[in-house]
Every structure is written in C-alpha cells, then in structure tokens.
Ligand binder design. Structure first.
Ligand code: NDP
Ligand code: 2IT
Length: 451
C-alpha cells in the first residue's frame, strides 16, 4: 500500500464515524500522491501522518438562558488543526448539524486554503450545534457571550483568530468581540469580520463572494472567455451567495438561481441589483425565508429542493455553477445533470460542496473546476488583511483592499496551475491547489523537527 493510502486507511480506522473528515482527507491526500516521490524527506519525517492529526481539539459546554429563563446546553468546538505557518485562523459555524467531524473537515481544509493565500495563517475551525434560527437578538447575544466565556482562553491575536461562517455574521462577531474585550480588557484583533467602527476591514463582508468570482474570471480566461452573457446558478442566499451574485452582475453575467435550507427559486430574468437588495434585506435584516423572493417576483418556488435538484429535474440550462450553501450539496447525479445542461465551469463558494463522485464527473468532462480551498480563499485572505490593519492600527481604503484581494486570487489561480503542471497534473486545479497549499506547510513542519 502507498504511504498515502496507508494514512487514509488509518484515519478511517481511528475515527470511522467522522465521515466528512474522512472525505476531506481522502480528497486532499489522494491528490498528494505525486509529492511522495518528489519529497522523500516528507515521507521520512512522517509529514503525511502528522498533518491529519490536529494540533489540538477543544470541546466545551455552552449553557445559556432563553428569553423565558429556560436553560439550554449546546456544545462548543475549536479545532486548532495546524499552526506551522502562522497563528490559527478560521471561521466559527453555528448550525444544528455541527459536530466534531464537520469542524475537523473544515479545519483540515483551512490549512491548505490559508497557505494558498500567501499570508501567514495556520488552519483552524470552530463553532457550535446552536441554531440561531428563530432566536431573538437577545438570545443570540446570550449564547455568543456564553460561547466566548470559554473560547477566550484558547484564542488571541497571535494565537488563534476566529471569524464567521454559516450562522455567524456581523451580529454574532459583534457580541463575541464585545464580550472578549470586556473580560480580557484588551482591544485587539482577536476576531475578524468585525464592524468597521471597531477594527473591521472594508471589503471583508464582500470578500468571499467577490474572490470567488475573481477566481472564476481567471479560470474562464484560460479558455479565452469571461462572464459576459453567462448564465450562472448560485445556491444559498447568505453572505457568500449574496456577494457572488453582486460580482457576477458587475462582470456582465446573469445569476438565475438562489436558495436557502427550505427551498430554491429559478429566476430566468436574472437576479438584478434591485432584486439582490431585496434578498439582502430579507436575509440579513428580517432573517426571513427565500420563498418570499419567489412570491414577490411571481416565480416558481421549489419547496424542499436544492438548486441542483431543480436543475436536474427541470433541465435548467446554465454555463457556470457557484455552490455557496453547504457541504455535499452537489452529488454525482447533480454533477452529471449540470454537465448535460451545458455547465462548463464550477466555482466552489461553500466548503466541500461537491461529493467525491461529483468531482470525478467534473474532471472526466473537462469542466473548469475551482475547488473551495482555492476559489473561496478570498474571505480568509481579507481576514488576513484585517489582521494586518489591526496590527498597524490603520484602516485601508476600499480600493486598496479590493486590489489586494484581486491580486491574491490571481496568485492562487497561478499557484494552483503551476503546481498542477510541475507535478504532472496539468490543468487540474484540485491537485494543484492541494499540492501548492501542502508544500509550504510541509516544509515549515520539516524545519521544526519533531514537534
Ligand atoms: P450564511 O449563514 O450567511 O448562509 C448560508 C446559506 O446556505 C443560507 O442561505 C442557508 O440557508 C444555506 N444553508 C446552510 N446550511 C444549509 C443546509 N444544510 N442545506 C441547505 N442550505 C443550507 O453562511 P455563508 O454564506 O457565510 O457560508 C456559506 C458557505 O460558504 C459555507 O459552506 C461556508 O463554510 C463557506 N464559506 C464562507 C466564508 C465566509 O467568509 N463567510 C468563507 C469561505 C467559505 P438558511 O438561510 O435557510 O439558513
Ligand atoms: O471557510 C472560511 O474560509 C471562512 N469561513 C472564513 C475564515 C476566516 O477566518 O475569515
């Protein structure tokens, strides 16, 4: 058995119930096969064995009181996966599905994503099985305080800097930052995605969605085309989806789908800026359901379906797919339907939105496939720029941050293509991104000896 296959087998044996983590390890390690031959020093130092084991896992109880005074207990997590190239960095997810497997998969992916940005950031992820849906602002506030009451002792501006993810946006970061500041008595860049008034960076809210579309723009250029006139399927209606739609519009494309966890909408006329403003108000202010979008614009609404179900079942034609909701939203059948309906480019806004079967279909059909850790790295990249601004005690103008973001996405695209070619996988962004992200971290680990 190859070194790589042996490591994957051991991960499966050790934690057989962690299916998302096993999936992420399989996806990354399988593409690292070509590095084994070129780097016997990695094999000797057991880098492959070491990189799948987190530096540490913190799990804790989060008790909080609802508006009626009833006590609830949730579980909190922070997985500090790999700190070889910088302080731990990665988001916090509040969603009822959160468990150790999901946080480990996200933390593992974050190692390579953060490395690809070219900034000094290690990989981490955290969160809770708390469900913010239907909770009052005060309840969310009390939960965030209770979560930070334990998390504060594990983080710090040079140790570990969390940010947002599903269910954690500006509101939650505000409450967590306010509580951290209160108990530690320091005004410091311990979280990113902060409000502009207290150390946040311009363009951070936009960064993941914009960065995704910048990456897609780079991929399209390799085939001599661009976004103009392209029909784009976007899933989700949250932070990443919203700003992906905005940038698609700005670059001349037409976003024709949107969804949430209750259902999906197809809008063949395109989600124009005024309709996007409606979605933003609906989702960010009123915290309502996407069904209202279908009702307001008199469009068909597909209850209980994902965007990918609808494309498959209704035969909707699209050029580009941007999954921006959650992991494993596109399976093999969805991927085949996308290909059959003319889709030639997939850019992953969400983390691990495609199953291993779906990825195989993209690669077999010569789809331009931008994997999450490359395509959605713009969010954490601007988080890195927020950290830099906090250290300088300066705020950069919007244009400067956006320019840096564009540069970083271009660099990631090039690094992935170059690594793919060097390691005999020409044009394969998945292999290229994994290899390029891995090499830097592996070399740092090697330099430290056996720690
Ligand atoms: P939000 O919470 O802002 O939005 C998530 C969206 O996806 C919502 O529309 C939500 O529906 C939908 N969704 C979430 N879970 C499910 C599910 N299980 N089934 C169907 N729909 C679901 O999160 P973000 O936009 O920040 O995150 C979206 C994805 O992007 C995630 O995979 C995240 O890890 C990834 N990502 C986020 C980054 C960031 O900077 N925020 C950076 C890089 C990646 P509903 O409204 O019903 O909850
Ligand atoms: O998945 C991700 O990259 C994020 N949720 C953003 C992490 C960050 O630290 O900005």
């Amino acid at each position: 058995m190859s070194v790589i296959q042996d490591v994957i087998a051991k991960v499966k044996e050790k934690d057989p119930e962690q299916k998302e983590f096993i999936q992420a390890v399989t996806e990354v390690l399988t593409t690292l096969e070509p590095t084994v031959e070129k780097h016997p020093e990695f094999v000797k130092a057991k880098i492959y064995e070491r990189i799948v084991e987190p530096d540490r896992v913190v799990m804790f109880r989060v008790p909080w009181e609802d508006d009626k005074g009833e006590i609830h207990v949730n579980r909190g997590f922070r997985v500090q996966f790999n700190g070889a190239i910088g302080p731990y960095k990665g988001g916090l997810r509040f969603h009822p599905s959160v468990n150790l497997s999901i946080i480990k998969f996200l933390g593992f992916e974050q190692i390579f994503k953060n490395s690809l940005t070219g900034l000094a950031m290690g990989g981490a992820k955290g969160g809770s099985d708390f469900d913010p849906k239907g909770k009052s602002d005060r309840e969310v506030m009390r939960f965030c305080y209770a979560f930070m009451r334990e998390l504060f002792r594990h983080i710090g501006p040079d140790t570990d800097v969390p940010a947002g993810d599903i269910g954690v946006g500006g509101r939650e970061i505000g409450y967590m930052y306010g509580y951290y500041k209160k108990i530690v008595n320091e005004h410091t860049g311990v979280l990113t995605g902060k409000g502009l008034e207290y150390g946040g960076s311009l363009i951070r809210p936009e960064a993941t969605g914009y960065g995704l579309v910048y990456f897609v723009h780079e991929m399209l250029a390799t085939r001599g085309t661009d976004l103009r006139g392209k029909k784009v399927a976007v899933s989700g209606a949250g932070n990443v989806a919203q700003y992906a739609i905005e940038k698609v519009n700005q670059l001349g494309g037409k976003a024709i789908t949107v969804s949430d966890s209750s259902g999906a909408v197809v809008d063949e006329a395109g989600i124009t800026p005024d309709k996007l403003a409606f979605i933003m108000e609906l989702k960010n202010v009123r915290r309502g359901r996407i069904k209202e979008y279908a009702e307001k614009y008199n469009l068909p609404y597909y209850e209980g379906k994902s965007v990918w179900d609808v494309i498959k079942e209704q035969g909707v034609k699209v050029d580009i797919a941007l999954p921006c909701a959650t992991q494993n939203e596109i399976n093999g059948e969805h991927a085949q339907a996308l290909v059959n309906n003319g889709c030639f480019c997939v850019g992953e806004g969400a983390n691990m939105p495609s199953t291993l079967d779906a990825i195989k279909i993209y690669l077999d059909n010569n789809v331009l496939y931008g994997p999450a850790k490359a395509a959605n790295a713009g969010g954490v990249a601007v988080s890195g720029l927020e950290m830099a601004q906090n250290s300088q005690r300066l705020s950069w103008p919007r244009e400067k941050v956006d320019e840096e973001l564009q540069k970083i996405m271009k660099n990631i695209h090039k690094a992935a293509l170059d690594a793919a070619e060097t390691y005999g996988q020409k044009g394969n962004y998945l292999a290229g991104a994994n290899i390029a992200g891995f090499i830097k971290v592996a070399k740092a680990m090697l330099a430290f000896g056996v720690v």
